[in-house]
Design a protein around this ligand. Sequence first.
Ligand SMILES: Cc1ncc(COP(=O)(O)O)c(C=O)c1O
Length: 387
Amino acid sequence: MTASLSLFPPPVSSYLSPTTAIIHLHALAHNLSALRTFLAPRCEILAVVKADGYGHGSIVIAKTLAQLGITKFGVATIQEGVALREAGLTGSIIVLGATFSWQLPDLIHYQLTPVISDADTAHQFAKELSPDQTPYPVHIKVDTGMRRLGLSPDALTSLLDSPLFQGSLVLESLMTHLADADSVDPAFTHYQLDQFQSMVDQLRLKGIMIPSLHAANTAGIVAHPQSHLDMVRPGLLLYGYQPVLPFATALDLKPVLSLVTKLAQTKSVGAGEPLSYNGIFRTARPSQIGILPIGYAHGYHRRLSNQGKVLIGNTRVPIVGRICMDMTLIDITDVPNAKVGDEVVLLGTQGKESISATDIAQWQDSIPYEVLCSIGPRVNRKYEPLS
Ligand SMILES: Cc1ncc(COP(=O)(O)O)c(C=O)c1O
């Protein structure tokens, strides 16, 4: 027999993890279209694809959004921006998070757009630019109440008045971030938007014109139309969720991500037996227990121990005992036909049952953002095409 030599690695399917995040790109397109209809045609969209596209895989998500007409992308770090550039994304990539002076040469090399939040960084940045790279477009962030990154109103005025903005840098957008847009009480959001508007008015009085303003994340988009301004910055909404808002909205969204695994083993245990670490669950009846090859090292949070549910055989069954680093136990006593290799849905739909990231968030006392972003590199990503 001739040995077959190949330049390519063998097909990976035989050793891929049985745990897969299925990314429904048609749902992403649906959510974008719902957003555009809701906003249409007033605002530009800066799609937030940080944290590996909220766990969905930033490269495929950004490229799909680019195909759908998005030209601006938000990341948190230069590293995330470089990954997108190296993958061939040509649109504007805006680095929303903190930037340090030693990172500026890479930021310029990869033509990323910084969000300037302090005057020192603006000066250091201008020093890194060669004459053929100027004027370099930047966004500036002002702090209107979040008390995170951002310039104060006074610092903003003197920065924009400085010679830096007469040659080295050009202001593309002025932005702020809303701290309480998902709250029942709109007072703090109104206060922040008033602060933002009065900064803009003061700048106008000094003859400084701002080409574009943006403030709204998903909660701002959904709950505060007055925050839409020239551009919105949706993240969670694109992935099919809203923060847990105290009010219903008109937006029809579809979750983009499903998380599935396969049953690895089944076993019968008697009544009164402790399961998994520390025996925090004891069977109340003779039980059939299923073992799942997913644990907290995949991003399936340990706080789901004794709290979470999964779907198997079109039935919702409980997680029993402590979630381990690589494994989770479920009670399949009520699914008598369950067998090794059966599909188990951790997030998504099976038959008439479904589990959302919001459900999981409630079980683990968190938010859908954390549920999605936590799904780590141990989990395969499988992309279902746009159509
Ligand atoms: C500055 C900024 N804008 C927009 C977003 C997107 O927020 P959301 O996912 O709520 O739409 C984020 C995410 O945290 C952010 O940090």
